[in-house]
Design a protein around this ligand. Structure first.
Ligand code: ADP
Length: 302
């Protein structure tokens, strides 16, 4: 069993030749995509054939209805999701230039209003021996509460610290089984610059000092670095033609969690996550870029 906690956003993506300067108006083409880190991760796992539960808050609006529909179509279980009258769904304005550079503005909407007691209620959907995945878009008091539930419920906790914010308690850090930052987040958490696997090894040591049992740092096109108390190793990314790196980290986390839920050994789970994330960057969009298990098997066997 597998459960995700996190944000859902409607991404308003404008493709533009170049990013605008202040005061400037440009022409672009708009595409609306279902996004939000929590939702992207849950969809990545669902595409691999699992039926993960997901806790998120949506507004009672058109965006919320289309976001819910995207989750349903992907095969995510909707029972824990709250649709909130009088609130607006989270949204993101994303500008992407032809050179791949971007500018993003997020209105978290209903995502910003998650309280510890809401998390407590949603946690009823965590099944025995589940893998639970959280990201940092949820308010920090709610995260502290979720992590504290590990003392009364048995589950393995994957924490994607994105976007990094202050306030996670020392006890919460110690309840994390796998912390999964990208290079920027690893730097923000440790002060160690992660340019390569050597830097990742250094940062991973500092991450373990915070309390989690294992650190798994993603390094974009380079791959991923793993460290726990008894083992460290690096795995290279699969070389692919990049089209859009949106949600690469979410694909990685969703697939890593799904693989652990399938009881794959850690190294195998990371390899699968690297394959899913590689396929994700060959496609445009967030949730729509998550590959099916069929596509992943074909990629790994080719
Ligand atoms: P985030 O998307 O959170 O910034 P990363 O950039 O580290 O995270 O990417 C996450 C994972 O996505 C990487 O570990 C890798 O597996 C995959 N990935 C990202 N960019 C590429 C790329 N150019 N080629 C192949 N895989 C990639």
């Amino acid at each position: 069993p597998l459960m995700f906690f996190g944000t859902t956003n409607l991404d308003l993506c404008f493709n533009v030749e170049r990013l605008p300067t202040p005061g400037e108006s440009l022409m672009g083409s708009l595409k609306q995509n279902a996004g939000g880190k929590g939702a992207n991760q849950a969809v990545a796992a669902a595409r691999l054939g699992l039926r993960p539960s997901f806790y998120t808050r949506l507004g009672d609006d058109d965006a919320g209805r289309s976001l819910l529909q995207a989750l349903r179509e992907a095969g995510v279980r909707l029972d824990a999701i709250e649709v909130c009258p009088g609130e607006i769904s989270g949204s993101a304005l994303v500008l992407v230039g032809d050179d791949g550079s971007n500018m993003i503005v997020i209105d978290p909407g209903a995502n910003a209003n998650v309280t510890p007691s809401m998390v407590e209620k949603a946690a009823e959907f965590i099944e025995r021996d589940a893998i639970v995945v959280a990201e940092m878009g949820m308010p920090v008091p709610a995260l502290n509460h979720l992590f504290a539930l590990k003392s009364v419920k048995e589950f393995d906790l994957i924490f994607n610290p994105a976007p990094v914010r202050a306030g996670l308690s020392p006890a919460a850090w110690r309840s994390v089984d796998f912390v999964t930052p990208n290079q920027t987040e690893a730097f923000e958490l440790t002060g160690v610059e992660v340019h390569d696997f050597d830097g990742a090894a250094h940062a991973a040591g500092k991450l373990l000092d915070l309390g989690p049992k294992a650190a798994l740092i993603t390094l974009g096109a380079q791959g991923a670095y793993y460290a726990d108390a008894s083992a460290t190793f690096a795995l290279r990314a699969f070389p692919v033609k990049v089209v859009d790196t949106t949600a690469a980290g979410d694909a990685f986390n969703g697939a890593f969690a799904a693989s652990l839920a399938h009881r794959l050994p850690i190294r195998e789970a990371i390899k699968k996550a690297l394959a899913v994330a590689a396929l994700c960057v060959t496609r445009r969009g967030a949730q729509r870029s998550m590959p099916s298990s069929w596509a992943v098997d074909e990629f790994l066997n080719s």
